[in-house]
Design a binder for this molecule. Structure first.
Ligand code: ATP
Length: 445
């Protein structure tokens, strides 16, 4: 329904809405901010949590062939030797000879500096891993790295997880967590930052079945974004050319979203072959092969990996939900989030702050809190409060008015249709569930 005709918006509009409504703030803003580093506010933290929860639920809790882990950010330095990151996790960097600004060579158009027109020096390879020291002595033997991806923890824990969970191949290990990359040119708000969260899953399968599993996870990924409301026409699956493939990959495809500045990657689904398990087996001296007791043979599993960014996805959900209705001072800004992605599902709004209404409104709020992510707001005029809830994408508002004191009923107002229905408090939970279900169906991309 309404989803199909969303107006869309510019990045600037989203950045200012994000600050005004508490989605995202610049980090350390009172000190002038830290470039390309962002903090999620009270509304944004709920949005990002919902994105992660929706992924975890689809990827881990609703399947019996994927289990989760939560590994440390710091890992043994040899992990990054074996994985190839120490040698080849680099981007080509060029520096302007005039103003000394540095750029990622593959992201600039033309041969001269886009800022001052100066000439570039020779390109060099720049390693993107952040280094730090472990313990009180700052020498090379104490150097450790902040992980640039979460995936390696799944490879080095393969045997621990497989034996403790007693999963048989094919099965996957999933993780959500922070990763760090010293990007040369971060930007576009939370799209490319130096500290970000990833949602990754390594799916271990028998060699020879990997191409089929790659197809399966590509479809799964596209369907996941659509299921939670991203419009299909804003999504595309882009298969990598052979010359784009990283050293570990046999085939890769990106799920891309049409951002206001063009198409950009949300997720990569890669066929990582047996590269990682073999590399770690060789470096660590531990056998990471698997005995298939049905086939009665031993092999090193192949791995298919869907790797998604939580921040990038949250930004895509935010941009994709944006809609404007009407014009001039009657214009209404609405974020038409899927109910499972919306920061809050329901807001309880007493018509007035008067003591006569508050206890009943609080009772309704307490009732809803047990089942929904709910907000209580009694600050400004009811019109302004509806606007605020529309702007943060709350699907339903429950208004408690003076009639409620007599008839023990409240009004539910629907974000998308703006229709209002009166329901007895006794039926409120069921009525909310029903409306949210209808909105879920309407939101499919
Ligand atoms: P890009 O080509 O944009 O640099 P990538 O191909 O290096 O990304 P992957 O290594 O495939 O990215 O990481 C998987 C996902 O992690 C990406 O699809 C993206 O959503 C997220 N991601 C990667 N780098 C960043 C970053 N600097 N900031 C925010 N998210 C990121």
């Amino acid at each position: 329904m309404a989803k199909r005709t969303l107006t869309g918006t510019t990045l600037d509009t989203i950045v200012s809405l994000a600050k005004r409504r508490g989605f995202v703030f610049q980090s350390s803003e009172i000190y002038g901010g830290l470039s390309s580093v962002w903090d999620y506010g009270p509304v944004g933290v709920e949005l990002k949590r919902n994105v992660k929860d929706a992924w975890w639920k689809s990827m881990v809790r609703e399947r019996d062939d994927v289990v989760g882990i939560d590994a440390s950010i710091l890992m043994h330095p040899d992990v990054w030797v074996a994985s190839g990151h120490l040698d080849s996790f680099t981007d080509p960097l060029v520096e302007c000879q005039e103003c000394h600004r540095r750029f990622r060579q593959d992201q600039i158009e033309g041969d001269t500096c886009p800022d001052c027109g100066g000439a570039f020096g020779e390109p060099r390879q720049f390693n993107l891993m952040f280094k730090t020291f472990m313990g009180p002595v700052e020498d090379s033997s104490a150097t450790v790295y902040l992980r640039p991806e979460t995936a390696q923890a799944m490879f080095v824990n393969f045997e621990n997880v497989q034996t403790s969970s007693r999963k048989k191949i094919p099965f996957g290990i999933a993780q959500i967590g922070k990763s760090f990359r010293n990007e040369i040119t971060p930007g576009n708000f939370t799209f490319r930052t130096r500290e970000f969260e990833q949602m990754e899953m390594e799916f271990f399968c028998e060699p020879g079945t990997d191409d089929d599993w790659h197809d399966y996870w590509m479809n799964f990924s596209m369907d996941w974004f659509k299921k939670f409301g991203i419009r299909g026409e804003k999504l595309m699956l882009r298969v990598h050319d052979a010359d784009e493939l990283p050293h570990y990959s046999k085939a890769s495809a990106d799920v891309e979203y049409e951002f206001p500045w063009g198409w950009g990657e949300l997720e990569t689904i890669s066929n990582r072959t047996d590269f990682d398990l073999k590399a770690h087996a060789e470096k660590s001296g531990k056998d990471l092969s698997y005995f298939d007791d049905q086939k009665k043979e031993r092999y090193v599993p192949f791995v298919v990996e869907p790797a998604m960014g939580a921040d990038r996805s949250a930004l895509a959900f935010l941009l994709d939900a944006y809609d404007e209705e009407g014009e001039g001072k009657d214009m209404r800004v609405v974020l038409r989030f899927h109910p499972d992605i919306a920061p809050f599902q329901v807001a309880v709004l007493p018509l007035s702050k008067k003591d006569t209404l508050s206890p009943t409104a609080r009772r309704v709020y307490d009732l809803l809190l047990a089942n929904f992510n709910a907000q209580y707001d009694d600050t400004q005029s009811i019109g302004r409060r509806y606007r605020r809830q529309d702007e943060i994408g709350t699907p339903l508002c429950v208004t408690v008015d003076f009639d409620t004191l007599d008839d023990d009923s409240v009004t539910i107002r629907n974000r998308d249709t703006m229709e209002q229905v009166r329901v007895p408090i006794d039926n409120l939970e069921a009525a909310i569930r029903e409306q949210l279900n209808t909105m879920r169906a309407d939101c499919q991309g």
